[in-house]
Design a binder for this molecule. Sequence first.
Ligand code: DAH
Length: 337
Amino acid sequence: MDPKIKEVLDKSISLVESSQDPDKTYLEIFGKSGIFTALTAEIKNIEPANRAAFGRGLNSAKSQIEELLKKKKLSTFNSQLSTEFIDITAPGKKQKVGHLHLVSQAIKEIVAIFTKIGFSLQSYPEVDWDWYAFDSLNMPKNHPARDDFETFFVKSEKNPRYGQQVLTPHTSNGQVREMERVKPPIRMLNIARCYRRQIDISHTPMFHQFEGLYIDKNVSIPQLKGTFDFFTTNFFGPKRTTRLRPHHFRFTEPSFEVDVTCGVCQGRGCRLCKSGWLELGGAGMVHPNVLKAGGIDPNKYCGFAFGWGIERTIAMKTELPDIRLFYQNDLRFLEQF
Ligand code: DAH
């Protein structure tokens, strides 16, 4: 064996034998400025005729040292084990398990309830044309919701037929899209993020709505009311009921606001609700102009539609004071659900 190799091998063996920390010793030998690494660099100074033999010598020295290091590591570990006290009776550390955000939980619940009565979940663009978000819903150009103070407009080229693009301010953009997708009977549920330029105790600029659309022959207001009652008893519990209050929306005629009895006083009236009722969302019988925009003959078909905010609906179930809590990602809040 080349004397240079022999010298490094002997030095390495004594390093390993006296080592307290085999990982550190490995670095002293094979690390960037280790003694063996320096030796390897020597190969370029060896006569070409002797290089192969020198290389073989290096390899055999390397495996000897590595083998010794492996043994040393095992014996160090074993002697640590025999001196260390492991309390096998100590309780284990409990792993924290996460869960779905309460909005996602509510979405699952809402889908399950409406699926039972034949509605099926669809999804449509969240960045959509003016036409689907407003015009096709019978909303004129000067409607206040179309002000850029209310709705987020996306910088885009104007399409001659569909207009500009907006971040959908409601899920009603799905109505005409669904009429274009399938022929009646239609039982659509559309759940999506919506965007409006508003933030306060009961609004966040991004929120969720669920929209229902039912179109068939001879659809009636009692069916609409029955659908809400079915949802309400399943989502809020058997003691809560709904009422329809006359209202105005451009895309329904007649239009209603849907109220649900307050969960605190069960409709008797309390400090939270004042009247005994909490407002849930809008609804009505689909306007003939909307059916026409979707290519459906209003003389043959009619239907109802409704659109409610998910965060607001959850807040009414759990008596939450501030909608913004949903999106502050405070675990002290989220862990409660
Ligand atoms: N799009 C309305 C809103 O965001 C809610 C709404 C009202 C939806 C009446 C409907 C409806 O489908 O029929 O305020």
